[in-house]
Design a protein around this ligand. Structure first.
Ligand code: NAI
Length: 332
């Protein structure tokens, strides 16, 4: 039986993890879940937010499903998510965004893949207070990491029959750092003449995305812009409740939704487990369980398409439990 690390996270994390494990179980998926907790509660007991055992577990199993973990704002510990991605060298953050039948949004025919660099930029966490009134953060961009993510994005584009790739930066202002990212992207683009290569500034991209998102195909971005833009693209297709993501490295892969721990709806049985379930479906395909993945996919998308049993974020009034039960009913 395949062993997969499950990080249930906190906030709505444990609720949606339970829902997803139940669906997989009812679909007949045989996984030996290696459940590894991380986050603030763990820090109280074990002294660290991301214990070494979590990293070792993913290294050993090579694949993980991860629910969100809270990161305090402005103070407190560093992000578990950022640390995990760095420790495991999960350099590519893949966030596909495609319209889902039955989920009404003002935007149709959206089919965008955000490829976000996942290990450096302002997320390197190099910050200091110079004095009471001044703080600085250092933005790290290297040729090696930029080239690696650009190659990943172009390879992805070729493999998935994509036609166009935009490199997204603010290289008019961050001339050296974003300039280097762009230079790396251009060099890699030369090796992929079959993919139409374009460049766009991130502010213009945001405006174009809400006016005419259909013009975009694959977006290649440094870490911070990728984080922000992928929430925007999630909004185009119905919001964070359905936005999937994956952190991919050469050795390990951690599948996790775009959304966070949603403390505002924690413990209320309101959370939409779809994003985590889509991540689980992708994880199943990654480990070669295609048949089971398709069975769950069919059940989930038929519930969404029918639109009768939906969670609040999608305009319905079903609880997490009711929504999950409806998916399970449709597994055949
Ligand atoms: P968030 O994504 O948790 O929530 C934003 C809004 O979307 C909230 O109104 C929330 O209720 C709603 N929402 C999110 N996921 C939903 C779901 N599955 N079903 C229904 N509604 C959903 O973003 P926020 O509030 O900025 O962050 C909360 C915490 O999550 C922070 O500590 C942040 O650092 C952390 N976070 C963790 C991530 C991760 O573990 N990968 C990613 C993003 C944020």
């Amino acid at each position: 039986m395949k062993r997969v690390t499950l990080i249930p996270g906190d906030g709505i994390g444990p609720e949606i993890s339970d829902a997803v494990m139940l669906v997989l179980d009812k679909a007949g998926v045989e996984i030996d879940w290696d459940i590894q907790t991380a986050g603030a509660d763990v820090a109280q007991k074990e002294g660290v937010v991301l214990p070494q055992r979590v990293i070792e577990s993913v290294k050993l199993n090579k694949v993980a499903l991860k629910a969100p973990v809270t990161t305090p704002i402005g103070k407190g510990f560093r992000s578990v998510n950022v640390a995990l991605r760095k420790e495991l060298d999960l350099y590519a953050n893949l966030r596909p965004c495609k319209n889902i039948k039955g989920i009404n949004t003002p935007f149709q025919n959206v089919d965008i893949v955000v490829v976000r660099e996942n290990t450096e930029d302002l997320y390197a966490g190099i910050e200091r207070k110079i004095d009471d009134d001044t703080a600085e953060s250092i933005k790290i961009i290297t040729r090696a990491a930029s080239t690696r993510i650009a190659k990943y994005a172009f390879e992805y584009a070729v493999k998935h029959g994509r036609k166009k790739l935009h490199a997204v930066t603010k290289a008019n202002i961050c001339k050296l750092s974003d300039g280097l990212f762009l230079e790396a992207a251009r060099n890699v683009a030369d090796d992929y003449p079959e993919i139409e290569y374009k460049e766009i500034l991130v502010d213009n991209l945001c405006m174009q995305l809400v006016q005419k998102p259909q013009q975009f195909d694959v977006l290649l971005l440094p870490n911070l812009y990728g984080d922000i833009v992928s929430d925007l693209t999630a909004g185009l297709i119905g919001g964070l409740g359905v936005a999937q993501g994956a952190n991919i490295g050469d050795v390990c892969a951690v599948f996790e939704p775009v959304h966070g721990s949603a403390p505002d709806i924690k413990g209320q049985n309101k959370a939409n487990p779809s994003a985590l379930l889509i991540c689980a479906i992708n994880m199943l395909k990654y480990i070669g369980e295609d048949e089971k993945a398709q069975k769950i996919e069919k059940a989930l998308y038929s519930v969404l398409e029918e639109g009768k049993v939906l969670t609040c974020d999608l305009g319905g009034n079903a609880t997490t439990t009711e929504f999950t039960t409806e998916i399970i009913k449709r597994l055949d």
